[in-house]
Design a protein around this ligand. Structure first.
Ligand code: DX5
Ligand code: ZN
Length: 215
């Protein structure tokens, strides 16, 4: 069963509470929460205080995607803010990925790594047993509304085969440029979770958009 995780980066920030409250009835599975520090990526979004503010408004899992340097510094703040899933970039300044993943688990959250479009899946193969999920970026991180990079499909297939051949249960999440058309390609290639920002929040009918992305 494919999961859809709308990215609230594309929601109306002036009506964030309302947007989050509606997501469950619109058919969302997870709330995707994009944290940017203006350093790892050329944009700044929001942090643990926003997570804490939306936590009481939904019982959907909050899926925190850390696009920051020193991601380990944010494990405890996000755990305290009620996050359920924390993913960190392999390209970030975290040198001890394995230990960081263990620290996320020790804090009671699901853990995963994120790979930029230019990063090979081999950057995560040795930590796969520590990953509940791997997030493959299908755009360069920093902004919503970009076009899906087709090469991602080959990465999904490679990672799917690596996970299956090792009998692991790691989930594959895709983030960036996902719309009903690119979602179908990702599902066929073996993705489990599809993040969608613009395709959900800029749609006339977000519930219909979520349904079309799930397929
Ligand atoms: C990009 C973020 C994405 C983004 C997706 O850096 O990680 O989650 O919000 O937005 P769309 O779906 O518009 O590409
Ligand atoms: Zn994201």
């Amino acid at each position: 069963m494919i999961k859809v995780a709308p990215s609230i980066l594309s929601a109306n920030f002036a009506a964030m509470g309302e947007a989050v409250q509606k997501l469950k009835s619109q058919g969302a599975d997870w709330v995707h929460f994009d944290v940017m520090d203006g350093n790892f990526v050329p944009n700044i979004t929001f942090g643990p205080d926003m997570c804490k503010a939306i936590r009481p408004l939904t019982d959907l899992p909050i899926d925190v995607h850390l696009m920051v340097e020193h991601p380990s510094d944010w494990i405890v703040p996000f755990q305290k803010a009620g996050a359920d899933i924390l993913t960190i970039h392999v390209e970030s300044s975290e040198r001890h990925l394995h230990r960081a993943l263990q620290a996320i688990h020790a804090a009671g959250m699901k853990a995963g790594v994120v790979l930029n479009p230019a990063t090979s899946i081999h950057a995560c193969t040795h930590v796969l047993p520590e990953c509940d999920l791997v997030l493959l970026m299908s755009v360069n991180p920093g902004f919503g509304g970009q076009s899906f990079i087709p090469e991602t499909l080959r990465k999904i297939r490679e990672l799917r085969s690596e996970i299956n051949s090792r009998g692991l249960s790691t989930l594959i999440e895709i983030d960036g440029g996902v719309n009903p058309e690119t979602a179908a390609l990702c599902r066929d290639a073996g993705a489990d979770i599809l993040v969608a920002g613009s395709a959900v929040f800029k749609a006339l009918d977000p519930a219909e958009a979520i349904k079309a992305i799930r397929g």
